[in-house]
Design a protein around this ligand. Structure first.
Ligand SMILES: [Fe+2]
Length: 222
């Protein structure tokens, strides 16, 4: 893991998101890809958050990463000092938690859809998420998209002050020059706060996207 990535905290505070290539090495991404493929095969139904023809998502908590053999390769993320420091700095608090890791493989469903989470939106519940690409993501491979700072911060204040906020709030953006889609080689991470305007990427090409996502937040019970 890239040791210097704590410098990125300020960038995420400033812009709402940051991209780091080589967050993990290509080799490490390849190893994680192998172990994730195995986990998809071995995992019991209970761990499947989504299981359709085009999308498979497993959801794993820290306890499962300790107890279940085929999830043990994920434990190092739950206890990773760099990640924990990063999140503590970001939220300016020691009371943070790595709530879950999601493993997601997505493929082209044959049709382009325009529904959540593929529309620009922001979430009411605040998480800081680390989305690590385990395979290369180029155009049409379903990279995650964020609104850039100038556009985002102005709207953010307006939206967050509203009482009637829903869990996911659609935001219409017609000018695509104000957004950035995160592409990059295997090992790239997108770190983002779910309180900024974003959308999930839809896979439109032939490659299957594989992502390891670490969800972190302030502890809610303190
Ligand atoms: Fe979202």
């Amino acid at each position: 893991m890239n040791e210097n990535f704590t410098d990125i905290v300020d960038e995420v505070i400033e812009n709402g998101y940051a991209k780091i290539e080589n967050f993990i090495s290509k080799q490490e991404a390849f190893e994680l890809e192998k172990q994730t493929t195995k986990a998809f095969k071995k995992a019991k139904k209970d761990f499947y958050h989504i299981e359709t023809e085009f999308t498979k998502v497993l959801s794993i908590n820290e306890e499962s990463s300790q107890k279940i053999k085929y999830f043990q390769y994920l434990n190092k993320f739950f206890v990773n000092k760099n990640i924990i420091n990063f999140v503590q700095n970001y939220f300016n608090s020691d009371e943070i938690e790595i709530s879950k890791i999601f493993l997601a493989e997505s493929s082209n469903s044959g049709e382009e859809v325009n529904v959540l989470p593929y529309k620009m939106h922001f979430d009411k519940t605040r998480y800081l998420k680390f989305m690590i690409y385990l395979r290369d993501v180029e155009n049409r491979d379903g990279g995650v998209t964020f609104a850039k700072k100038e556009w985002n911060t102005k709207l953010q204040e307006e939206l967050l002050s509203k009482q009637s906020l829903k869990e996911e709030n659609v935001v219409e953006i017609n000018d695509m020059s104000v957004v950035e889609e995160i592409t990059g080689p295997a090992g790239t991470v997108a770190i983002f706060d779910t309180n900024i305007t974003h959308k999930a990427g839809q896979v439109l090409g032939e490659k299957k996207r594989l992502v390891l996502r670490i969800d972190t937040r302030l502890k809610t019970n303190v």
